[in-house]
Design a protein around this ligand. Structure first.
Ligand SMILES: Cc1cc2nc3c(=O)[nH]c(=O)nc-3n(C[C@H](O)[C@H](O)[C@H](O)COP(=O)(O)OP(=O)(O)OC[C@H]3O[C@@H](n4cnc5c(N)ncnc54)[C@H](O)[C@@H]3O)c2cc1C
Length: 458
């Protein structure tokens, strides 16, 4: 087992905001006012005299889906690692979320199934459940309370650089094209980021792009909730490739506004559609009874679908020539199969990397190699988890890496043991929740225990 990434991963997860903020920058500009951009802006507020966030959307107060974040209509789970980081950046965040209507999905109130079998409890960490727009709105309000952070509407169109570093951002707003001078720029424009094009246009290198075609289909619906504190209030029903083929699974949770959110997912030709009767029927017939109970309630609005063609990552850590004062965070760097719920928590851990980097004493106007090296640890962990599971799906066709069959066998053993063995379940959940590095599951002792458990059940 390679200890180094696991140790670094643990250290990043522990990263705390500076006790005394150290201002080392004049103006920082963050592109994108979604979760990743807002969390980066929060970190930069400790290190820059002023932080300007630019977004192509008008991002006012309010927890409604918006055009720049089309996935906002779909069910989102905030993993414990993400919640911990957000709580560190905004003390009292969870309490405030609950006071404003989010649900406490405590370990006792959550339930998980794997291929129809109810799993033992692994994690003992509380989660909060809310819609994606609700979470973003709260993060945005907390960020914009900071005296040196402002947000403006503007569509970023390119970078201004001198011979060594970025000096500004080109953007367009209602009045036409303009340039925002910057000592530090963060790209948080999401999975369709054009930073690679902008770097090339400015004479620098484009980060190598890796893609895994997954063709994932989501359908999400909202239902009225009449019970204030239902148990369970969050249920996940995962389907393995071995048993479910291209059916990814289903999820539900109680969210703000006395509502339930219910999601179905599938790969390739397994496409839950917009037909509400079909979604309700599938919930009743194909998934555990909790799903059937929730869809008896009144449907609110329409079923919303979303298709994600691929998981993708941009390897900034491999660039040999990169301008100083520039980083990228969130989906702009890596956007994974959403079924594993890693996106917002990855963004929060990228913010922790940025905090560690800016506190390290590195020259913030130099190439941010120290940042990209830390971030790579987070991206590798999430990417490895999601792509190795996706490669097992019948409709995902891509070359399997060397050793894939063995690693797949080992992870299947661990997943199967985690259904009934609380010790394996606890270890497994800590990795799924992004609180531990995946290599913590790769020890011979962990695998031997899983094999023993599975044999005793055969
Ligand atoms: C179907 C689905 C389900 C998901 N479920 C989960 C989940 O359960 N848990 C989880 O943690 N994550 C989930 N994710 C991922 C999650 O949505 C993202 O990881 C998260 O929103 C962080 O993204 P981001 O801030 O990097 O980018 P985005 O949220 O995509 O935001 C990008 C921002 O940049 C702005 N922008 C874009 N271009 C420009 C430009 N040129 N100039 C200015 N502004 C620009 C946009 O308006 C937007 O505000 C899911 C994703 C999908 C697709």
């Amino acid at each position: 087992m390679n200890q180094r990434p696991a140790r670094l991963f643990a250290r990043i997860g522990e990263a705390r905001p500076a006790a005394a903020p150290r201002v080392v920058l004049g103006r920082a500009v963050v592109l994108g006012a979604s979760v990743a951009g807002l969390l980066a802006a929060r970190v930069l507020a400790d290190h820059a005299q002023s932080v300007l966030i630019l977004d192509r959307d008008e991002v006012g107060p309010g927890a409604e889906p918006r055009p720049g974040v089309p996935q906002g209509t779909q069910m989102h789970v905030l993993l414990p690692a993400g919640r911990e980081q957000i709580e560190r950046l905004f003390p009292g965040f969870s309490r405030q979320a609950l006071a404003e209507g989010a649900s406490l999905a405590s370990a006792d109130a959550r339930r998980s199934y794997h291929d129809g079998r109810r799993k033992v409890r692994g994690s003992d960490v509380d989660m909060i459940a809310a819609s994606r727009p609700f979470l973003e709105d709260l993060v945005r309000r907390r960020t914009l309370e900071l005296p040196n952070v402002t947000v403006a509407r503007g569509r970023a169109t390119g970078l201004e650089c001198d011979a060594t570093a970025v000096t500004g951002v080109r953007y367009a707003d209602d009045t036409g094209p303009a340039v925002a001078p910057a000592d530090f720029v963060v790209d948080a424009t999401g999975r369709s980021s054009r930073l690679g094009d902008w770097l090339e246009q400015a004479g620098w290198e484009r980060p190598p792009l890796r893609r895994l075609a997954i063709n994932l289909n989501y359908a999400t619906a909202l239902f009225r909730r009449t019970e204030a504190n239902p148990t369970p209030n969050a249920v996940l029903a995962g389907c393995s490739a071995e048993a479910g083929g291209d059916v990814a699974g289903a999820g539900l949770s109680a969210i703000e506004g006395d509502r339930w959110i219910v999601m179905l997912g599938g790969y390739g030709d397994c496409r839950p559609g917009r037909d509400a009767d079909d979604l309700i029927r599938r919930c009743r017939e194909d998934f555990p009874p909790e799903f059937g109970r929730v869809v008896r309630n009144e449907l609110i609005g329409e079923v919303r679908t979303y298709r994600q063609a691929d998981s993708r990552r941009r390897d900034f850590h491999r660039l040999t020539r990169v301008p100083g004062g520039l980083v990228a965070v969130g989906d702009a760097v890596a956007s994974f199969n959403p079924i594993y719920g890693q996106g917002m928590s990855s963004a929060a851990l990228h913010a922790a990397c940025l905090s560690a980097y800016l506190r390290s004493g590195a020259d913030p106007r130099g190439p941010a190699r120290g940042f990209f090296a830390l971030q790579q640890v987070i991206v590798d962990a999430a990417w490895g988890m999601s792509t190795s599971a996706d490669l097992a799906r019948p409709s995902v066709s891509a070359p399997r890496p060397r050793g894939y069959r063995l690693s797949r066998w080992a992870s299947n053993e661990i997943v199967r043991a985690s259904i009934s063995d609380p010790v394996t379940a606890r270890r497994f959940d800590a990795v799924v929740e992004m609180r531990r590095h995946p290599s913590t599951l790769a020890s011979p002792a962990v695998l031997a225990r899983a094999v023993r458990v599975n044999r005793s059940h055969r």
